[in-house]
Write a protein that binds this ligand. Structure first.
Ligand SMILES: NC(=O)c1ccc[n+]([C@@H]2O[C@H](COP(=O)([O-])OP(=O)(O)OC[C@H]3O[C@@H](n4cnc5c(N)ncnc54)[C@H](OP(=O)(O)O)[C@@H]3O)[C@@H](O)[C@H]2O)c1
Length: 334
């Protein structure tokens, strides 16, 4: 069946400006890190990507190494793009990244000009695209001068292979320096992609301030703590407590931690929500974070997560209560 996008696709989704740029990002975006590789059938991927677009998720986030195996998420996305999404290219924001290991020898990872330019060419080939909307440096490289990496990003934009550039996993100081270099080159940094959730709040210790001050947007990855901030996970830790399988670290299912997740679930239920919806509202609570970059293994999860945007904002009382619950909750995703 040829796909025709839903006429109402922009009615419910909310879009927020990425820093001081001209680009608005959907407040929920879809990442293809896991569940879109060679290990999943294409029909499930197709269903998730098309349903996402119908719900107003026009931003799909990839990287050279997403799979498994590395590269397969870009290949699969390329197949689906060609089959269904090519007519909608100008509505889509497609991102990819380079920085993690992709090929043998000294140029297959990190942040040299050689790595970035070759990797993006490979990504464009796998996806069958002429350009990506955002090209990220995926992680800081301690051994390559920042000037070289940023000049490579600038060059890529001037070549027309990316419209915007972004940084991922850079700390506050690295970000401040990189953003200044990019600005001087005439290619401002559009967005930073950090790990951020109720369970991982490192960006609150300086990075988010730098982004606000520099007018750079932020898109939070792993906003559900890789699946921990979901109702399903509460059941999982309770089951593990009752019948330990040894597959989970014992700290993850102590009585105290289970009580905290139940308390989070109670807050969500009072708002007629699930934990994942509450976690997404919390990320977007003060408009400092531009977008939450979710992962999903099925359509129903995407629908549930996008529905979070219909909920009222969190009250000061709710935020204070959540703050108390999160104190000492622990993160066992990595
Ligand atoms: N820049 C970087 O270094 C970096 C690193 C990591 C990720 N990322 C980006 O961030 C994206 C998201 O990462 P993530 O997958 O870890 O994000 P996440 O949103 O924290 O976790 C996604 C997982 O949570 C579960 N889930 C999602 N919605 C659910 C719901 N409503 N109910 C129950 N379970 C639900 C699913 O687990 P099941 O699969 O078990 O169903 C899903 O795979 C990636 O795809 C990638 O684009 C970037």
């Amino acid at each position: 069946m040829p796909y025709t996008a839903d006429e109402q696709r922009y009615d419910e989704m909310k879009y927020a400006r990425s820093g001081k740029s001209g680009i608005r990002l959907p407040q929920i975006a879809l990442g293809l890190w896991q569940n879109f590789g060679g290990n999943r059938t294409l029909d499930i991927q197709e269903e998730m990507i098309l349903r996402s677009f119908d719900l107003g998720i026009n931003h799909f986030d990839l990287a050279n190494n997403y799979g498994p195996p590395p590269g397969s998420a870009e290949e699969n996305f390329g197949v689906l793009f060609k089959k269904h999404l090519r007519p909608y290219r100008d509505e889509l924001l497609i991102s990819t990244k380079a920085g993690y290991y992709m090929w043998k020898g000294p140029y297959g990872e990190w942040g040299s000009r050689k790595n970035l330019i070759a990797s993006l060419d490979q990504s464009l080939g796998r996806m069958g695209l002429e350009y990506v909307d955002i090209f990220y440096h995926h992680r800081p490289d301690p051994n390559t001068p920042l000037e070289e990496t940023m000049a490579a990003l600038d060059h890529i934009v001037r070549q027309g292979k990316a419209l915007y550039v972004g940084l991922s996993n850079y700390d506050a100081e690295q970000t401040r320096e990189a953003v200044a270099i990019l600005r001087n080159l005439g290619t401002p940094c559009l967005v930073h992609q950090p790990n951020y959730s109720m369970l991982n709040r490192w960006i609150e210790d300086g990075l988010q301030d730098v982004l606000d001050e520099q007018g750079v947007g932020s898109i939070a990855f792993c906003p559900l703590g890789r699946g921990q901030l979901t109702n399903k996970y509460v059941d999982k830790i309770k089951e593990e407590r009752a019948n330990p399988t040894g597959n989970m670290r014992t700290e993850a299912y102590t009585d105290e931690r289970i009580a905290k997740f139940e308390a989070l679930q109670a807050v969500a239920e009072r708002r007629e929500q699930t934990i994942s919806q509450l976690a997404l509202n919390w990320i977007l609570r003060d408009n400092r974070v531009t977008s939450a970059l979710i992962g999903a293994s099925r359509v129903s999860q995407i629908e549930e997560n996008v529905a979070a945007l219909k909920a009222p904002g969190l009250t000061t009382e709710e935020l204070n209560e959540i703050e108390g619950i999160l104190n000492g909750i622990g993160n066992y995703a990595w």
